[in-house]
Design a protein around this ligand. Structure first.
Ligand SMILES: *Cc1c(COP(=O)(O)O)cnc(C)c1O
Length: 400
C-alpha cells in the first residue's frame, strides 16, 4: 500500500514538493483565524479548480475516499445497485460502493496502462448496473471514449477515481471532468498535496446540490454562505466532509505550482522510460504505455516483471541497494475482506500485473544522480534475476 515510511532506504518512493510559500500560507491562515472549512480560502481554491479544470462545481473534501463516498451518496446508490470498478485499485473505490449496500463488480484492466478494459466492463453490465468507476492508475488516462459509449448506451454514471490524476488530460480535457463526477486526492503521496484532502467535481447541478448539502452535515450551510438563505438548517441526511481552510491554504499554493510540479515529474518519468526501454525490448519487464491522447501528470512510474517471485526478489535487492521501490495494490477481488464474502472471480490481467509490478521513486526533488543510481540498480538487478540460470525463473514466462 501507499506509505511514506521509507526510513530504511536512502532514496524514498515519494516525497512531497513543499517550500517556503506553503509554510507561509499555513502560518498566515492560522494567524488570521482561517480554521473552519468552506471559508474564504476554501472557496478560493474551489473557484480556482473550477476555472483550471474547468468544471461547473468543485467541493473540497477531507480525502478522495470521502469524495467518492459523497459521489455514491449524491447519486443515491443503494442495495440492489451494482457499480463496475477495477480490482486493481485502492480499497476506497470499492468501499464507497459497498458502504451504500451496493455491489462493486470488479472488471479487468488493460495490460499496458492498467486502467479499466472497456470490453470487460461491457461483459459485466447487468440491468442493475448504475455506474462505472474508472481509476486513472499512475495518472494515465486511457480508453475514455469507449467507456463513455458504454455508459451512454446503458445510461450509466461515470464517477472517476482521479485520485492520482490531477493535471492529466484526455484529448485536451482534464481528468476528473471526463465523466459525471470526478474525485481527486491531495494525500501526501500524490503530486499536489495538502497532507490529507480531496475534491468532488461535477458539471451536474443536481449531483452538486446534493453533494454540498451532504458534505455540510446535511445542512444548507453552503447556500447560506452564498447569501441564498438567511439561516441554515438540517435539510437532508449528511456527514462532514469539509476540508479545513488551514489545509486549503496549503493546497492553494500547491495548485498554482501544479504545472511546474507535473512537468518536473514528467521529465524524470521520461528519463526512466528511455533508460529502462532495453528491459522491455528484451522481454524482461513491461513499462507503462502513455496513450497518444493522454497528457500525463507522471504520478507514478512502474515496471511489470513476470511474476511475484521475481518482483519480491527485485524489490528486496533494490531496497538493499537503498532504493525505495515497492509493489502496489493487492487486487481487491483477492483480498481477505472480499474472498470471505463473494464468489471467486478471475481477472487474469489484474492478477498478473499486480503480482509483477514494482513502483520506482518519482518526485520533484529526486536528483539526476540519485535517479541514475536507481536506473543502474534496476538494470543490474532485473537482468540478474532474469538470467536463464536463475532458479527463480523456472517455469515463468521470461524463463521460457
Ligand atoms: C490515494 C488513492 C485513493 C485515496 O485517496 P485519499 O485522499 O487518501 O482518500 C483512492 N484511490 C486511488 C486510486 C488512490 O491512489
Amino acid at each position: 500500500m501507499d506509505f511514506l515510511g521509507d526510513d530504511d532506504v536512502l532514496i524514498p518512493l515519494h516525497a512531497p514538493e513543499l517550500g517556503r510559500d506553503e509554510w507561509a500560507a499555513v502560518g498566515d491562515a492560522v494567524q488570521e483565524g482561517h480554521l473552519v472549512g468552506n471559508g474564504v480560502i476554501g472557496r478560493r481554491v474551489q473557484s480556482h479548480m473550477e476555472s483550471v479544470l474547468p468544471a461547473k462545481h468543485a467541493v473540497l473534501t477531507t480525502s478522495c475516499t470521502h469524495a467518492m463516498e459523497l459521489a455514491m451518496l449524491a447519486a443515491g446508490l443503494g442495495p440492489g445497485d451494482e457499480v463496475i470498478c477495477p480490482s486493481f485499485t485502492f480499497p476506497s473505490t470499492a468501499n464507497a460502493i459497498a458502504l451504500r449496500g451496493a455491489v462493486p463488480v470488479f472488471a479487468d484492466v488493460t495490460p499496458d496502462t492498467l486502467t479499466l478494459d472497456p470490453a470487460d466492463v461491457e461483459r459485466r453490465v447487468t440491468p442493475r448496473t448504475r455506474a462505472i468507476m474508472p481509476v486513472h492508475y499512475a495518472g494515465i488516462v486511457d480508453q475514455v471514449d469507449a467507456l463513455r459509449a458504454i455508459a451512454d448506451r446503458r445510461r450509466l454514471l461515470i464517477v472517476e477515481d482521479a485520485a492520482q490524476a490531477w493535471g492529466s488530460r484526455w484529448r485536451g480535457r482534464s481528468a476528473g471532468v471526463l465523466g459525471d463526477v470526478g474525485c481527486f486526492s491531495f494525500h501526501a503521496t500524490k503530486n499536489v498535496t495538502c497532507g490529507e484532502g480531496g475534491a468532488f467535481v461535477t458539471d451536474d447541478e443536481r449531483l452538486f446540490r446534493a453533494a454540498e448539502i451532504i458534505a455540510e452535515k446535511g445542512t444548507n450551510r453552503s447556500a447560506f454562505l452564498r447569501g441564498e438563505v438567511d439561516r441554515y438548517t438540517w435539510v437532508a441526511l449528511g456527514s462532514s466532509y469539509v476540508l479545513s481552510d488551514v489545509l486549503s491554504a496549503l493546497l492553494f499554493v500547491q495548485m498554482r505550482r501544479s504545472d511546474e510540479i507535473n512537468d518536473a515529474r514528467r521529465h524524470k518519468a521520461e528519463r526512466y522510460m528511455e533508460a529502462l526501454r532495453p528491459l522491455q525490448d528484451s522481454g524482461l519487464a513491461r513499462l507503462p504505455r502513455v496513450p497518444a491522447e493522454c497528457h500525463w501528470n507522471a504520478h507514478g512510474f512502474f515496471l511489470v516483471l513476470a511474476d511475484a517471485a521475481q518482483r519480491d526478489h527485485v524489490v528486496d535487492e533494490l531496497r538493499a541497494a537503498g532504493v525505495g521501490a515497492a509493489m502496489h495494490f493487492v487486487p481487491l477481488h483477492t483480498s481477505p475482506y472480499w474472498t470471505a464474502r463473494a464468489e471467486a472471480v478471475r481477472l487474469p490481467v489484474t492478477e498478473h500485473a499486480a503480482a509483477g509490478l514494482i513502483r520506482l521513486p518519482l518526485f520533484v526533488s529526486l536528483s539526476e544522480a540519485d535517479q541514475d543510481r536507481v536506473i543502474d540498480a534496476v538494470l543490474r538487478i532485473v537482468r540478474d534475476v532474469a538470467r536463464p540460470s536463475n532458479p527463480l525463473l523456472a517455469g515463468t514466462a521470461a524463463g521460457a
